[in-house]
Design a protein around this ligand. Structure first.
Ligand SMILES: Cc1ncc(COP(=O)(O)O)c(C=O)c1O
Length: 438
């Protein structure tokens, strides 16, 4: 790092980062192409995490770069309230060809957090429009991450993300389905635990189902360390929601856009949610964007009343931003041409075998995987959670591989263009790193 940059580290208050520790030994990336970053010293860093679960088609794709620059030169911005631009309609129209059946309407936001809060509001507005305004509660799941808005942290199930703020939207939670006794080292969907969906009936009985607006889940819990739900679990949640007139929201901010080997997790699990949130890979991460996909009935129910009045009082200055739509459309073109929506199914078995090859490392407690996602959970060091995870992150980075850690769980989610040689490199480096951890 050059001297000028090191002088400038103090002003930027970094998100979800141990700021003081980072600034004492910064990891700064400067360039990216395909599967690789280069750090500020010109070192190649293999991207084992698609940035932050988002650069699914690989970095700096020419078509996307060109589409963004063309759009920026042609029209930088168009107001999003009572005005729009053709690209937003075209992108929405193209997107709905790829999502689970029935999700025919797209509401644009700028991030996963905004998409989640928008989806929660759509659920409330839908029930109010049907005369069931008493449905104000949400049911989330322990271990789920739904972003950092007040809605998202309330329905989310990661205690650390509420500790400083509380939880302000009425929500209760299902227990996690993570179970070491029955499911440790499962490959793909664990076979044990579909019956755990019955916990939803218990939580509903406590609050009365008629007070619940929606159940929200991540089809695979990504941020909590790749927790794959037991086979059949999500189908059962769907059945219970249907029985009680409760909406089911899939938060596909991570699982969407090919991560599991199908376009969306709804396809993989054979479950149709009523609402689905996306972000991250929707533009291949080149421009921030989030989106809520809604079924037609929800849109029709809310879109009523005098035609000159706004039907849903919610939205963002940058909803459907021209640059995001241009990036998203170009990215979708790459996904279609290169079959990236299903690429993880082709290479997933190789990735799975590579991940599970670490099972013999003494400090490995569990390995979980689905598609091109894997979680390698380490036994925590005696002094507590987090030290081994952090050292694994730093050790892998020093050896030229970018991984992600949550506590002591390593999460891997390489770009969908990953080749076997990259997978070998990721796991060779991890083996070296883990062997040296105390
Ligand atoms: C499932 C899920 N939902 C929501 C979010 C929040 O997205 P963002 O960071 O874009 O607000 C994330 C981010 O990782 C996520 O994984």
């Amino acid at each position: 790092m050059n001297g000028e940059v090191s002088q400038q580290l103090s002003a930027y208050w970094m998100p979800f980062t141990a700021n003081r520790q980072f600034k004492s030994a910064p990891r700064l990336l400067a360039r990216a192409e395909g599967m690789y970053y280069k750090d500020v010293n010109g070192r190649d860093i293999l991207d084992g995490t698609s940035g932050l679960w988002c650069v699914n088609a690989g970095h700096c794709r020419k078509e996307i770069v060109e589409a963004i620059s063309r759009q920026a030169a042609e029209m930088d911005y168009a107001p999003s309230f009572q005005m729009s631009h053709p690209g937003a309609f075209q992108f929405a129209h193209e997107l709905i060809r790829h999502v689970p059946d029935g999700l025919t309407r797209v509401f644009f936001a700028n991030s996963g957090s905004e998409a989640v809060d928008s989806a929660l509001k759509i659920a409330l507005a839908y029930h109010r429009a049907r005369g069931e305004g008493q449905r104000t509660r949400f049911i989330g799941e322990e271990g789920a991450y739904h972003g950092v808005g007040f809605g998202g942290i309330s329905v989310g199930g990661m205690g650390g993300n509420r500790r400083q703020f509380g939880a302000w939207v009425p929500a209760d939670h299902l227990p996690t389905t993570l179970n070491y006794e029955h499911n440790a080292f499962s490959r793909g969907e664990p076979g044990w635990g579909a019956h755990l969906a019955q916990n939803l009936e218990s939580v509903l009985a406590l609050h009365h189902p008629s007070t619940v607006a929606a159940v929200i889940v991540e089809p695979v819990n990504g941020s909590a360390g790749v927790i794959v739900h037991p086979k059949g679990y999500l189908k059962k949640l769907r059945e219970i929601c249907d029985r009680h007139g409760i909406l089911l929201i899939f938060d596909e901010v991570i699982t969407g856009f090919g991560r599991l080997g199908t376009p969306f997790a709804g396809h993989f699990f054979g479950v149709k949610p009523d609402l689905m949130t996306c972000a991250k890979a929707i533009t291949n991460a080149a421009v921030p964007m989030g989106a809520v996909f809604a079924n037609g009935a929800i849109y029709d129910t809310i879109t009523q009343g005098p035609e000159h009045l706004i039907e849903f009082s919610h939205g963002y200055t940058f909803s459907g931003h021209p640059l995001a739509c241009a990036a998203g459309r170009a990215s979708l073109g790459i996904f279609e041409r290169e079959n990236l929506f299903t690429r993880a199914a082709e290479i997933g078995k190789y990735f799975e075998d590579a991940a599970h090859s670490l099972r013999d490392v003494a400090i490995v407690r569990d390995i979980r995987n689905l598609g091109l996602m894997a979680g390698i959970e380490l036994h925590s060091a005696p002094e507590g959670v987090g030290r081994r995870g952090y050292e694994a992150l730093v050790g892998a980075f020093e050896r030229g591989v970018l991984i992600r850690v949550t506590g002591d769980t390593i999460a891997l989610s390489p770009p969908l263009i990953v080749e076997k040689s990259h997978i070998d490199q990721i796991f060779d480096v991890l083996r070296q790193v883990l062997r040296h951890l105390k």
